[in-house]
Design a protein around this ligand. Sequence first.
Ligand SMILES: [Ca+2]
Length: 311
Amino acid sequence: MTFSTLLIFKGVFLLFVKVVSPVILTTFYTAKLGYRNKLVEPDIFKNASFDLLPPCATECHEINVCSCLSYNFKEKKCRLHEVCIPDIEDNTQQKDGWMFYLKRECPLEFENTNFNKTKPFFPGSSLTGSCKQGYKALSGKVIATCTANYQTHLSDICRLLLKDVALGKPAEQVSTFAMYGPEKAVDGIRSTTLIADEACTHTYLNETTWWRVDLLNEYYVTSVRMLNRGVDVDGQGQVWDVSDRLRNVTITIGVDKNDISTQCGFFAGPGTASELIPVDCPAFTRGRYVQISQVDSVLTLCEVDVFTVTL
Ligand SMILES: [Ca+2]
C-alpha cells in the first residue's frame, strides 16, 4: 500500500468520523479504564436503591478525563467517554439500547442533613448521611440516592429533636402519698431528695402503679429518661435508700388516653440512688401520652424527660 493510498484511507475515515457517524466522535476512553464494552452490573441505573456506586460510574468519577458515560440496558455494557457533545448525546440517546449519562452531580445540600461523604454524587449512587446535631432521622440514618434523572431521593428526613417535652405538662398518677404529687416529675427540679426537697412523686403501694404525662400534642417519642430517687435522711437522722424500688418498669405510649399501650421500653432494674435511666423507644413510636408502670411497688420518680421529634 502506497503512502498516497494511506492518505486516502485516512481521509475517508475522517470523513466517516465527522459526517457519517457522530457516535464515533465521542472518544471511548479505554486505555486506562478498561470498561469499554465490558460487562458491568445489570440495570445499574434503572433502580437506584443500591448502596455502592456502580463500577462504571465510579471509574468515570475518579478519572478526570471522563466526562460522560453510556450504558446499554439490553446488553449490560458500559462505555466511558472523554468527549461529550450535546447533539451527539441527543442522537445517541436510547439508540440501540444505549443511554447517555453526563458526569453531573446530584445536589448534595439538604436542609438539616449532614452527609459524611463529599464525593461527587452520580446517578445510580447512594450516600449514607447523618443528621446535624439537634436533628434525628426516625430510621436512624438518611440514605440519599441519585436517580437516573439527577434528582436526589432521600430515604428519610432529619426532624427537629425536642427535649423536655414533658416539662410542665399535665401529669397524673394512680394515687398520691402525702404531698408527692405527679407534677413533681415534670417540674424541672432535678433534686433526688424526696424528704428534704419534696422533689419527687410517690404513690401508695398499689397492685399496679402508674404515672403518666399528657404532652398535649402528638409526637414521635424517641426516648424517655427517668431520674430515680436518691438517698434521704429523715427528721430523726435515719438514712433511707429505697432506690431499688424502681424495677420492672414498663413505659408505654398512646395517642388516646384510654389506650396507652404502645410499648416504648422496659427497665428491669433495680434502680440505684439518683440513677438517670434512659429508655429508647422503637422508631416511629407515636403518641401524646407517656405512661410509666410497675407492679407491686411504690412508684417514685424525681423527674421524667421525654425526647421527641416532630411529626
Ligand atoms: Ca422534679
